[in-house]
Ligand binder design. Structure first.
Ligand code: 5GP
Ligand code: SF4
Ligand code: MG
Length: 465
């Protein structure tokens, strides 16, 4: 998901709509905006579909007045498939000291336990979302201010969260102690901006100030003053390494690094680790493109756009049902026969999850007359599900959980298949000595199976780590 917040700017909701549009790659199912205006109070609009189809209409934007607003773009993660408007964020709660709205990116790993507990004690849930627990925990807190109540609530919550929240007068941003999901701070004139990624600061012309640090909470008041708090016990950060590979936009700055440059470097590492003789390096668009550029540069094999993406389709993976996903590849990608025919082709993609994308692409490439097909993958084999806010299927559906690299190669029926090593990936994100096995610098649980936060709800259901 993507989160965005603005304070100190007239018509704040318009800026939020633009920010969410730039974060659309983080979630395409639905979007929502809440704003506050002294005359009309809190207002909200939550809609299914793209931001550009919902939040540019003057009629809708006029219902969201005020100088403080937050927003959210949603993609549902494991266990909560399907669409219900009551699950679309931001969520709103009314407390004795006034209202508050919150938007959350990540996943609370003890949400089911918390929900059960809260319901036993009288909380009435409105949605099926893990995020709603935070509102109820805030309602039960005895603290005197909303930011203090949010601190109280978040200390009970386990897992990954980057949160943007607001009261009548304040904008707040928080990252969990490990900083799994990103969150950045920007400045625009007299106003402040919080965003999942820097590309959504660029869209409104805001200046990137810094990242919100892991375990940090910022509280920005109406007068523009910013207070930084430390609600959690300090821990070594474990931000999501997959943001660098796939999730973030290549024009964002993440952890002080250009995402594009990291991806290009992954391609360079991959060419060193897994060279092969071929005629063409071709990206699987769009997520494989920077890595393919790096692979081609390092190997000296020509780069070419052998696959064209229909720009009007969303990310296939994000379509929630298997059936749509299966069709999706052909709806979205087509092979450039004139370029591919007769060639030995290296296809570079960001990841193999179920293997459906790779299988369809192999078929399409061979239909177009390729002589050989070699897959090079910009992440290590995805052998474990993510419980921190990226949608991966259950373990049994992950190709790499059930097969060795050779078996996957045979299953996909390609001439060769190689994944970047975990150390190679760490080198590409700037860790010259690779992964520190005693204290890994990132979360890489979907590749290593080492979960930095025990997924307690899943463990209660029998998942073994
Ligand atoms: P598969 O077809 O192997 O199940 O999925 C792999 C494809 O899904 C890749 O091309 C990748 O770009 C795309 N993808 C989209 N969203 C995600 C995600 O959240 N995780 C992973 N690992 N891949 C994703
Ligand atoms: Fe990122 Fe993978 Fe960790 Fe999930 S499990 S937070 S996708 S590195
Ligand atoms: Mg892809």
């Amino acid at each position: 998901c993507g989160v965005y917040g603005v304070t100190g700017l007239p018509e704040a909701a318009n800026f939020v709509a633009l920010g969410l549009h730039a974060l659309q790659h983080r979630g395409q199912e639905a979007g929502g905006i809440v704003s506050y205006d002294p005359d009309t109070g809190f207002n909200s609009a939550r809609r299914f579909g793209y931001v550009r189809d919902n939040f540019t209409k003057a009629s809708l934007m006029e219902t969201l007045p005020g100088t403080v607003a937050i927003g959210h773009v949603r993609y549902s993660t494991a266990g909560k498939k399907g669409a219900a408007i009551r699950d679309v964020q931001p969520f709103f709660g009314e407390f004795s000291m006034g209202g508050a709205a919150i938007a959350h990116n990540g996943n609370i790993t003890n949400a089911e336990e918390l929900r059960h507990d809260l319901i036993e004690r009288g909380s009435i849930f409105q949605s099926s979302s893990d995020t709603e627990c935070i509102i109820h925990l805030m309602a039960r807190s005895m603290a005197k201010s909303i930011p203090d109540r949010m601190e109280d609530a978040l200390r009970r919550v386990e897992g990954a969260f980057s949160i943007v929240a607001m009261t009548r007068t304040k904008l707040m941003g928080v990252r969990d102690a490990l900083g799994v999901r990103p969150l950045v701070l920007g400045q625009f004139g007299d106003g402040w901006v919080l965003s999942s990624e820097t590309c959504a600061l660029d869209i409104i012309g805001a200046r990137f100030v810094r990242e919100i640090e892991p375990g940090e909470m910022v509280v920005i008041s109406a007068d523009g003053s910013l207070e930084s708090r430390r609600p959690f016990r300090p821990k070594a950060s474990r931000s999501c390494i997959f943001e660098h590979v796939y999730f973030s936009r290549p024009d964002s700055i993440l952890g002080g690094r250009s995402v594009y440059e990291t991806r290009r470097q992954i391609g360079v590492e991959l060419a060193r680790e897994a060279p092969v003789e071929a005629d063409l390096v071709c990206p699987v668009p769009d997520s494989g493109t920077p890595a393919a550029i790096g692979y081609a540069a390092e190997s000296g094999i020509p780069f070419g756009l052998g696959i064209t993406r229909n720009q009007y389709m969303g990310r296939t993976f994000i379509e929630p049902t298997e059936q749509i996903r299966n069709m999706g590849v052909r709806l979205k990608l087509n092979v450039n026969r004139a370029l591919i025919a007769g060639k030995r082709v290296i296809l570079v993609d960001d990841s193999v999850v179920r293997g459906t994308t790779s299988q369809k692409i192999r078929e399409m490439i061979l239909d177009a007359g390729a002589k050989e097909v070699h897959f090079r993958i910009a992440s290590p084999p995805t052998a474990w599900p993510c419980f921190y806010g990226v949608d991966t299927p259950e373990r049994s559906k992950l190709l790499a959980a059930n097969m060795t690299e050779d078996e996957m190669c045979a299953h996909l029926n390609v001439d060769s298949l190689k994944f970047i090593s975990l150390d190679g990936l760490y080198r590409a994100v700037g860790e010259a000595n690779g992964r520190d096995p005693k204290a890994p610098q990132y979360c890489d649980a979907c590749f290593s199976g080492e979960y930095p936060v025990a997924p307690s709800d899943m463990i209660a259901k029998g998942f073994t780590v």
